[in-house]
Design a protein around this ligand. Sequence first.
Ligand SMILES: NC(=O)C1=CN([C@@H]2O[C@H](COP(=O)(O)OP(=O)(O)OC[C@H]3O[C@@H](n4cnc5c(N)ncnc54)[C@H](O)[C@@H]3O)[C@@H](O)[C@H]2O)C=CC1
Ligand SMILES: N=C(N)NCCCC(=O)O
Ligand code: NA
Length: 531
Amino acid sequence: MAIHLPNRHLFIDGEWRETVLKKRIPVINPATEQIIGDIPAATAEDVEIAVEAAKKAFSRNKGKDWSSASGAYRAKYLRAIAAKITERKSELGKLEAIDSGKPLDEALWDMDDVAGCFEYYADLAEGLDAKQKAPVSLPMETFKSYVLKEPLGVVALITPWNYPLLLATWKVAPALAAGCTAILKPSELASVTCLELAEVCREVGLPPGVLNILTGLGTEAGAPLASHPHVDKVAFTGSTATGSRIMASAAQMIKPVSMELGGKSPIIVFEDVDLDKAAEWTLFGCFWTNGQICSATSRLLVHVSVMPSVLNACQKTSQPKALCYSVRPKKALHQNFWTDLSNGPKKLKSLILLKKVAGLVQLSVEDRQYDKTLKFIATAKSEGATILSGGGRPKHLNKGFFVEPTIITDVTTSMQIWREEVFGPVLCVKTFSTEDEAIELANDTQYGLGAAVISNDPERCDRVAKDFRSGIVWVNCSQPCFCQAPWGGVKRSGFGRELGEWGLENYFSVKQVTQYISDEPWGWYQSPSKL
Ligand SMILES: NC(=O)C1=CN([C@@H]2O[C@H](COP(=O)(O)OP(=O)(O)OC[C@H]3O[C@@H](n4cnc5c(N)ncnc54)[C@H](O)[C@@H]3O)[C@@H](O)[C@H]2O)C=CC1
Ligand SMILES: N=C(N)NCCCC(=O)O
Ligand code: NA
């Protein structure tokens, strides 16, 4: 049962609109390497029209139609969007799977998270009105002060391909809840579900121009959007290199940005653990979503006394027949589980599917995720590391951008595999003997997004959680993510926090209103009437 890819245009000012230059980008199913459709390729010309639409929508009817309407009013649209996503969950999940290459059940899980995130920000939007005019206590009785939280304006939301609709939602939902109007630019490698979000917005009657969705290349659509003078803020998730480029262009206009960038996150496994649990979280932490998560715990630090048994358990668990690194109920594997790939790699949990760019998209070989991952593995080998398991393309699959889950040992801290983000299913392993040594190795990175500790000693977990230099810490788990809790990094993993109430603050400007409430003259000058 093949799934039909809808033919879409750009979504601007509440309507489908063909790109000015009529350019399109092919959509490739990474499981089959086949072109299964195409998406619009916006350019600066389209950006101009979309930004204008968002600007008008922000101030339409003096803001009463959106930006200064009540939070409760905006919440209704967010709830309607959530309901439509839920209604279309199975179709959207399939589209996400064939576009991004993630297993179908993971894509379906993402759709639940998308709907949940819209609902969550609807709740926060409803709470906004009561929180306005929050008083600020001042040290002088003759003054009174309060705070107004106002939407920042037109915001550009630029997102990557690993969680196409979910990471878009992490930005769209709070931006709209706050009263901003937005232009979303998803990744050219996976935009299909974001275009379906456009259709959802159209169906629920979101006021025109409130959310515009432009698909296209980073350089052709993303760059002119980020640098547009009428864009008041850029919220970005993606590579550190692109984040740096966007910051440089935003600096020209003193434009605020928030940055969710890469990572090389550690997971520390102490000697006091249950081996099965430790192995499962280690594998899930690095191999879930094909290892393509910015927070993947891709550096395993394991106590020297349990290293052989932990690795043994990991190797056993990552064999196709002992599939058990999903947090959901385990499913039996079909013997020929990789043969039906037409709907996406739905049963592939042990074989990891990677994205690759081909066709009309002009990117260098280095940017191709599949080649890049194999190159990382080859470099690790040439630098003297040992490929303990995996390390290549699965022999029985000759189509599709598949790479085996790979575990690498004999790693030193100067090796590329220790220092650089792979964004693929590659785990590198080092041992430690003391807690101090574990922390030092964990923090030996220019990144600081996630970090995990696995131990049965709660005090040790507390100490380690404090010592990690990261924005996210997982204790006795790795990767679970709740939209109520803050998400973001330190160091070169970026700054600013998404999700939770922090995610909403991203889209506000805070205005102080200070009032002089005394009847007495201020008294700095003599009263003119008394001169
Ligand atoms: N932190 C994360 O969640 C992610 C990290 N990455 C890392 O980035 C590497 C490369 O992946 P890419 O998809 O190429 O990431 P990328 O950073 O190039 O792409 C992310 C988004 O930025 C846009 N973009 C690219 N160049 C731009 C520019 N000059 N101005 C404005 N927007 C621009 C892209 O079109 C896409 O929408 C991966 O191998 C991985 O290491 C990739 C995706 C997500
Ligand atoms: N849905 C979960 N658990 N995580 C999403 C992480 C997305 C990221 O790479 O930024
Ligand atoms: Na794709």
